[in-house]
Design a protein around this ligand. Structure first.
Ligand code: FAD
Length: 382
């Protein structure tokens, strides 16, 4: 039964806001979205691990899971590429903005309102005000995404960002095979090539000042892949927060998703934390007990904060240098499983144990990349 006197006011119709609304059964919600259509313009690659995929598939239906990948090649600058292949998919691609559309349908079927073209300019602990000066009373959830203006007014840290840039290009390589590129061009992140199926792929990268390196990254990826100058069909991008997660509840407002930087720090994946936190948040709102959400969120956020500390060190030395160690370990017994996709701390722990057992791995030489080594060449695979 709904508590008719109460409402949830959710700022932002991204995955965080819409997943939360579509889990609310005992409380009415209004989701405010400044754009005309949720999820448009797009920015995200949509890659997630198995558990995260199951969460969104359950909520939004099987069609949002567009692609499965069981092979990843790591191209580390100056080294022979390393290809890891799994029997089952290790990563999935969720189709956005179909994800937002399906979550919106579900929320509306439950009786919630999604107010598109409505920008919230101000929020307080028990209400919000839109750009037209209309105010609404209720429990406030800030799911405004990476540019967290409202969050800052409620005591959260202003997000620091890197910029992700993606191109849809023509591509006829293996459809279940992701490539990631670690080079001095993107020392604080990496570049990627993710097949979309149907003769297309996403070629993307993220860095602090993408304009300066854009052409060089595209050239590097094309050369590594042996694909010539890519045929670009579309281009888009967005902000990826790089600061540690903030608080789940601050000054009476609930936070979920990028608005409080709840991302996996190494890859910038935000869909994972949302999948873990939307249910406890919905429960806390329905029962008007913030402690339910705070307890669930703090467990996950403590983990993400630890990962942040490790990733900050990696950023200092450069992703491309840190990944040299990873490829050596992976060639010498480090087992990376499908579950590790969303749980990077598991890889770190396994790496540490392996290094304690076999410290001489650090001294092993690796073959440097040669021009004959193309990713399609199986002789490159280990
Ligand atoms: C290039 C790139 C690639 C990425 N790839 C991946 C990936 O492969 N896997 C992964 O897990 N994550 C990825 N991410 C991150 C992922 O996209 C985000 O973590 C995720 O979208 C966060 O969801 P959200 O709902 O918190 O925010 P958003 O998706 O940003 O949604 C926030 C919504 O709030 C609206 N809004 C903002 N302010 C207001 C306001 N004042 N009033 C009304 N509406 C407002 C916005 O218009 C937006 O629709 C990527 C990000 C980028 C930039």
């Amino acid at each position: 039964m709904r508590r008719s006197e109460e409402k949830a006011l959710i700022i932002g119709a991204g995955p965080a806001g819409l997943a939360t609304a579509s889990l609310l059964r005992r409380l009415d919600a209004i989701v405010f979205e400044e754009h005309r259509e949720p999820g448009v313009p797009p920015h995200c690659t949509g890659l997630v691990g198995h558990g995260t995929m199951l969460f969104y598939k359950e909520l939004a239906g099987p069609r949002v899971v567009e692609q499965r990948y069981n092979t990843i090649t790591y191209h580390v600058y100056g080294e022979k590429p390393l290809t890891l292949r799994w029997e089952k998919p290790v990563a999935y691609r969720l189709k956005r903005p179909l994800l937002e559309q399906r979550l919106r349908d579900r929320a509306e079927k439950l009786g919630h309102r999604v107010e598109t073209g409505t920008r919230i300019r101000r929020a307080w602990s028990r209400g919000v005000e839109d750009d037209g000066g209309r105010s609404y009373r209720g429990l406030v959830v800030d799911a405004e995404g990476a540019l967290n203006r409202i969050a800052v007014a409620h005591g959260q840290e202003r997000n620091r960002h890197i910029y992700g840039v993606q191109r849809i290009i023509g591509y006829d390589g293996e459809e279940n095979h992701i490539h990631v590129f670690f080079t001095p061009l993107t020392p604080r992140f990496f570049a990627w090539l993710v097949p979309l199926g149907g003769g297309e792929a996403l070629l993307g990268y993220a860095e602090e000042k993408p304009g300066l390196i854009d052409k060089a990254v595209v050239k590097h990826v094309s050369r590594e892949m042996g694909i010539g100058e890519p045929r670009v069909k579309a281009m888009y991008g967005g902000l990826i927060p790089v600061n540690p997660p903030g608080r789940p509840v601050s000054r009476g407002v609930y936070f979920i998703g990028d608005s409080a930087s709840m991302l996996k720090p190494f890859t910038g994946g935000g869909l994972y934390a949302i999948s873990r936190l939307a249910s406890p948040l919905a429960k806390a709102l329905e029962e008007a007990r913030p402690e339910i959400y705070i307890e669930a969120a703090e467990k996950l956020l403590a983990q993400l904060r630890r990962e942040h500390r490790a990733v900050n060190m990696i950023r200092l030395i450069g992703y491309h240098r840190a990944m040299k160690l990873f490829t050596r370990l992976a060639e010498n017994g480090l087992e990376v499983s499908a579950e590790d996709y969303d749980q990077h701390q598991r890889v770190a722990t396994k790496a540490l144990i392996l290094l304690l057992k076999k410290p001489w791995i650090l001294l092993l030489p690796r073959h440097r990349a040669g021009p004959a080594n193309t990713p399609q060449d199986p002789s490159r695979e280990t």
